[in-house]
Design a protein around this ligand. Structure first.
Ligand code: 13P
Length: 251
């Protein structure tokens, strides 16, 4: 059975002190609770080691938002998958549209990052999703298929099984425009059918596919009620503990 997950993506927000305060508050409000989903927070690199200590003994798991496409060495300013793993993080968000758009991460670069994350024991949360123009041209299926084929369908079934997918339509990220639950279900079901064609029905049924893009407490329940929507990857609403808790409670 696949897992339901609510994962936060803090993006480039919060100083170290603010991040520690947010993680502490979230730990406090989840204390003694048994959420019906896995709870992950994705933080900037500099927060990881400290936040790992803060959330010890809680239900919260930790993710990075990126890792390098090289193993180690003379790559000034980069952070390797091994370094991320050494902080205590368990997951690594890869392929976010902001990385693709603003930092020109190609299918090939992302393929390397996914392989390095897996080789270092990190579980990738791999993001896919179409631009507004692509949705308007009815090309969303074509786009997500190419993103999967370009960066993760090279994996063995065993490695693919360690991946969480996040469908994030770019037009819905930070815009307040959410995909309707029917739009989300339609493309999540399509993504699952692609996985089934490539890896078989069992792997497809066990793959967690998150929705991301203006997901908040008020729409999470409706989105998560769809059979192929297994949770959310949350940006803005993960920056305040009560808002994030409201989404966790949608399960
Ligand atoms: P928002 O929830 O702020 O729209 O961001 C979604 C996202 O990009 C999560 O990775």
């Amino acid at each position: 059975m696949r897992k339901n997950i609510v994962a936060g993506n803090w993006k480039m927000n919060k100083t170290l002190q603010e991040g520690v305060a947010l993680a502490t508050e979230l730990k406090e409000i989840l204390k003694g609770q048994k959420p019906n989903c896995e709870v992950i927070i994705g933080t900037p690199f500099i927060h990881l080691a400290t936040v790992a200590e803060v959330i010890k003994g809680s239900v919260i798991k930790l993710s990075a938002e990126n890792c390098a496409d090289k193993e180690s060495g003379a790559y000034t300013g980069e952070v390797s998958a091994a370094m991320v793993k050494s902080t205590g993080a368990e997951y690594c968000i890869l392929g976010h549209s902001e990385r693709r758009q603003y930092y020109h991460e190609t299918y090939e670069i992302l393929k390397e990052k996914v392989l390095l994350a897996l080789a270092n024991g990190l579980k990738p949360i791999f993001c896919i999703g179409e631009l507004k123009e692509e949705r308007e041209a009815g090309k969303q299926n074509e786009v997500v298929k190419a993103q999967l084929e370009g960066s993760v369908f090279n994996l063995s079934a065993e490695d693919f099984s360690k991946i969480v997918l996040a469908y994030e339509p770019v037009w819905a990220i930070g815009t307040g425009l959410t995909a309707t639950s029917d739009q989300a279900e339609e493309i999540h079901a399509y993504i699952r059918s692609l996985i089934a064609a490539k890896y078989g029905k069992e792997v497809a049924e066990n793959t967690t596919i998150l929705y991301g893009g203006s997901c908040k407490a008020s729409n999470a329940k409706e989105l998560f009620s769809k059979p192929d929507v297994d949770g959310g990857l949350i940006g803005g609403a993960s920056l305040k503990a009560p808002d994030f808790k409201g989404i966790i409670d949608a399960f």
